[in-house]
Ligand binder design. Structure first.
Ligand code: FE
Ligand code: CA
Length: 540
């Protein structure tokens, strides 16, 4: 017997059928909608479990969320006409939502649609649920049913939320190691997981010893190849469990498309028109594998809106930033080898300092500044892909130089953002990032060169889940010239765990013992605390 949350009454027919579109429950085989797998009037999954990539939820609202899965009875099918072993038309997929993990107190059943044009992925927008609570869900089709995942609704706008436990992760190169980091992250059962980019790697590593191979052995450039990459990654049980135990928010970095790309500019100097075709394929594959809102994020050619914000009651507003799609071209870009990350001095590259350069693009910048000014949340998290703090290094000739690929390549945009945080009195701004495969804890200042410039925000950069780090000495030797860096460590793989309440943010840098060991153990490398009203992290 089905019960609604709280009042124990039976669901109305309308709420019961919400999300079921024109289909009737139980009648999964409307002839106009079935694919080849449904030829007999009932889905036939004898050749493989269609839910072998697991499930995910994301994009929470006060009354619902997005549920994701993708039908892949033959996940790594090499037949270009049958992605994941599927062919034919649209396929209806059942889903159930319950108040409990055992799926006994069902509050919703419906039928979602897996569309061929998006590789039979499902992005089901669920509404009409109660605010501020967890739900559990699963998908069904014929004899097959998916694992159970946990979703959540946001608290009603402006209401009190006492606590949020979230984790953030980035840079999970499959070739570089096992996902012990993801396994331990899942074991923590956070309320929310934030992915900050390099969720997949398009590349093939031929320079270093690898732990396990990208199965197709090619750098991804086409839609089929990008899909194959997500498929291989998502077959990993630890990553699947991360998505099952908690809802997630995600942005991307460069490796979802091509290492070090910026906007329409490829580091390998492809004609932008040609590169944008590749970007379109990569963005579509990202969309097909992430629990993002279809109304916002359905890709259109090479464009896909990803930036978005989520308010968790009065406690925290999280702004998800797209640091790649709208970037200005890399400073001092050009053959023979300046298509990607490289060091530049002020003398060698005045372009880097140009006021017109933007990391976020003018539209997204305005959207972020307006969102920060208007926020009534106690904490304001800016979740994005790369290191924000100034970092002065020495180049080969011993000159002070800056890496052009992170925010150090876009200092005018960095100053605009941090000055805005200062001028608009944004409460408790925290920037989180990935990309560098190192842990960083930094004070963020509108003017890093002026010792009197106030710390206006706190930055935490997670290390990599598995990706190889840069040499420790490369950055460690430059730390004395960068006093706003409170902590740096490149030699550990892992993730970051955050426990947030109205008074403080407690941040644990979580490290695994050995990325080449699937059974690696976990330890906390450092714990930092940010007190509300006092920007800057203090070691606990
Ligand atoms: Fe990375
Ligand atoms: Ca990166």
């Amino acid at each position: 017997m089905m019960r609604r949350i709280g009042n124990g009454s039976l669901p109305s027919r309308r709420s019961f059928l919400q999300g079921a579109s024109a289909l009737t429950l139980g009648a999964l085989a409307s002839p106009s909608l079935v694919g080849r797998a449904f030829a007999g009037g009932r889905p036939d999954w004898s050749k493989g479990n269609p839910f072998s990539l697991g499930v995910a939820s994301g994009a929470p609202s006060a009354d619902g969320f997005v549920l994701w899965t993708r039908l892949v009875p033959d996940p790594l099918s090499t037949d270009p006409a049958m992605p994941g072993g599927m062919s034919g038309g649209t396929v209806p997929v059942g889903y159930e939502i319950a108040e409990d993990e055992a799926m006994t107190r069902l509050v919703r059943k419906g039928i979602a649609t897996a569309e061929p044009r998006f590789a039979w992925s499902v992005h089901e927008v669920v509404g009409g649920l109660k605010p501020g609570r967890p739900y559990w869900y699963r998908f069904t089709s014929g004899d097959a049913s998916s694992r159970v995942g946990r979703a959540m609704t946001l608290p009603a706008p402006g209401t009190t939320l006492d606590r949020l436990r979230f984790a953030f992760a980035s840079c999970s190169n499959y070739e570089h190691g096992y996902y012990a980091s993801y396994r331990h992250l899942a074991d923590e059962h956070p309320d929310l997981v934030i992915f900050l980019g390099d969720y997949i790697y398009e590349s093939i590593d031929t320079k270093h010893p690898i732990v396990r191979k990208h199965s197709d052995g090619v750098e991804a450039r086409t839609l089929r190849q990008y899909r194959n990459r997500y498929t291989q990654y998502k077959l990993d049980e630890s990553l699947q469990r991360v998505h099952a135990v908690a809802p997630s928010l995600a942005t991307w970095d460069d490796h979802e498309v091509q290492n070090d790309y910026a906007g329409e500019w490829s580091p390998s100097f492809e004609d932008p028109a040609k590169f944008l075709l590749r970007r379109a394929a990569a963005y579509q594959a990202f969309y097909e594998h992430m629990p993002v809102r279809p109304a916002l994020s359905t890709p259109h050619g090479p464009s896909m809106r990803l930036y978005d914000r989520f308010a968790f009651g009065d406690l925290v507003r999280i702004s998800m930033i797209d640091g790649r799609q709208y970037r200005s071209r890399e400073a001092c870009y050009g053959p023979p080898n300046k298509g990607g990350g490289h060091l530049e001095t002020d003398a060698s590259c005045p372009e880097r300092l140009s006021a017109t350069r933007s990391m976020m693009g003018t539209t997204q910048e305005k959207w972020l500044y307006d969102g920060l000014s208007g926020s009534k949340a106690r904490w304001n998290v800016i979740a994005q892909d790369v290191l924000m703090a100034k970092f002065a290094q020495k180049d080969e000739t011993g000159q002070t130089a800056y890496w052009v690929e992170d925010w150090n390549g876009y200092p005018a945009n960095r100053t605009r953002l941090l000055q805005h945080i200062h001028d608009a009195h944004v409460d408790n701004a925290v920037v989180i990032g990935g990309d560098s495969h190192c842990f960083w804890t930094n004070d963020l200042k509108p003017d890093f060169d002026d010792p009197r410039s106030p710390t206006v925000a706190t930055e935490f950069v997670g290390t990599s889940i598995s990706s190889r780090p840069p040499p420790y000495e490369l950055f460690a030797t430059a730390l004395p010239e960068n006093p706003h860096v409170r902590f740096f460590e490149s030699r550990k793989r892992g993730y970051v765990s955050v426990d947030l309440d109205a008074r403080r943010m407690t941040t644990k840098l979580q490290a695994i013992s050995d990325v080449t060991d699937p059974n690696a153990t976990l330890s906390t490398l450092k714990t930092f605390v940010v007190e509300s009203g006092r920007p800057g992290a203090v070691e606990a």
